[in-house]
Write a protein that binds this ligand. Structure first.
Ligand SMILES: C[S@@+](CC[C@H](N)C(=O)[O-])C[C@H]1O[C@@H](n2cnc3c(N)ncnc32)[C@H](O)[C@@H]1O
Length: 375
């Protein structure tokens, strides 16, 4: 984290963030090799960490131009909206890790419980798997359960994490390589679709793909279908996809999960306005927006909004744009779709997968679903 961004942190959030940082702090020798573009990785098999990590940094290409274009598009639409993928800058990734620790956000703990109890069965379903691919890997903390189970079976593993947040990818990769000397990492700092296109051809052994954290619920349903089809195109018969999906449940539990009393979720969401201030020279007053998370039961999704607490105008100098807000006007920031098992079976059928097995946590709140390539 740069000194400049540390200075911008309000006190509470600097505490939350620094509680998380030590787990991922980089070793003194920064040993990754960064590749700009989609070059194929060479993968020497050595215990020396410096030779076990390659990061393909595709996110840098056009990243700033895409951000500026999307922010203009979102804030000049009616109703206004922002794009959830821009929540995950360096600070945003850390704030998400803090969300995973608040009481109300049960998703991470429930999924972790499933992976802790069933990692062996999950990896046994894909015998001889030598490649683990994870989309939206974040801190990859829960992934450790699967990595350990695979290493126990085969003694070595290639892990291919994909995440739009370069900082999260770097920190998690360093932490994993420190923990597992027989792990190699070929990481992609990229948007999901960009990374799926860029992945090199694999050898004949089967692969397991992880898409955890109910990330599938963050996109519209037609995009989720396109996305699973894009994953399917990179897979072969025998390969499998483990999809973590949050289940439909009562309104109070769902709304609390996206509006915790500590205010960590609000900081995470408001951080996108701070990112616009920083990167596009804007003057959003962060205290002038409140978080509203509402469960839309008929659409089966939690809708997350920022609500303008007063009438105000915001100037975004780099876009040469002034945007006006009425008191009470909302900016839509993200949706979190919730599923039932029938929804998941149908999504699989539409995308070339067969839902083979589902595991639930003890309280039946969250599902981990093993999909097999079906044709
Ligand atoms: C909700 S977090 C989940 C992280 C982790 N998988 C977990 O279960 O805790 C979503 C992750 O996906 C990444 N992400 C969000 N949108 C993305 C996109 N369009 N392409 C690639 N990664 C993305 C974020 O940076 C973040 O690490």
């Amino acid at each position: 984290m740069s000194g400049q961004s540390v200075r911008r942190l309000p006190f509470l959030f600097s505490i939350l963030a620094t509680r998380i940082i030590p787990r991922y702090s980089k070793p003194a020798n920064n040993f990754s090799k960064t590749v700009f573009g989609a070059d194929l990785a060479t993968q020497p098999n050595s215990v020396d960490p410096s030779s076990r990590l390659i990061i393909h940094d595709l996110a840098q290409r056009n990243g700033h131009a895409d951000f500026a274009r999307d922010i203009r598009r979102g804030l000049t639409s009616d109703p206004k909206h922002l794009f959830p993928k821009y929540l995950y800058d360096e600070l945003g990734s850390r704030l998400f890790e803090a969300i995973c620790q608040v009481d109300e956000y049960y998703l991470t703990r429930a999924e972790d419980e499933i992976l802790t109890n069933h990692a062996d069965e999950i990896v046994a379903s894909t015998p001889n798997c030598k490649t683990l691919i994870e989309l939206g890997s974040g801190s990859a903390e829960k992934t450790r359960k699967i990595i350990e189970a695979l290493i126990q079976r085969r003694g070595e593993l290639l892990f291919v994490p994909v995440d739009i947040s370069t900082s999260a990818l770097e920190e998690s990769s360093h932490a994993l390589l420190d923990s597992y000397s027989c792990l190699r990492i070929d990481a992609y700092a990229a948007d999901y679709f960009q990374a799926l296109e860029a992945l090199p051809a694999r050898d004949e052994s089967p692969a397991l793909v992880l898409f955890l954290g109910s990330n599938i619920g963050d996109v519209e349903q037609d995009e989720a279908i396109d996305f699973l089809r894009a994953i399917r195109r990179r897979l072969r018969k025998g390969d499998a996809l483990l999809l973590g999906a949050d289940l439909k449940k009562d309104r109070a539990t769902l709304e609390a999960a996206y509006n915790d009393t500590l205010g960590v979720t609000r900081s995470f969401i408001v951080n996108e306005l701070e990112r616009i201030n920083r990167e596009l020279d804007a003057n959003f007053d962060l205290w002038a927006f409140g978080l509203r998370s509402v469960y839309n039961e008929s659409l089966g999704r939690v809708e997350v909004y920022l609500e303008s607490l007063r009438q105000q105008s915001v100037v975004i100098r780099r876009l040469d744009l002034t945007t006006d807000f009425k008191a009470g006007e909302r900016i839509h920031v993200e949706n979190a779709y919730k599923f039932d098992l029938e929804d998941l079976r149908k999504i699989g059928e539409q995308t070339g997968f067969r839902l083979e097995r589902t595991w639930l946590d003890r309280r039946g709140r969250f599902s981990s679903n093993l999909f097999r390539v079906s044709e």
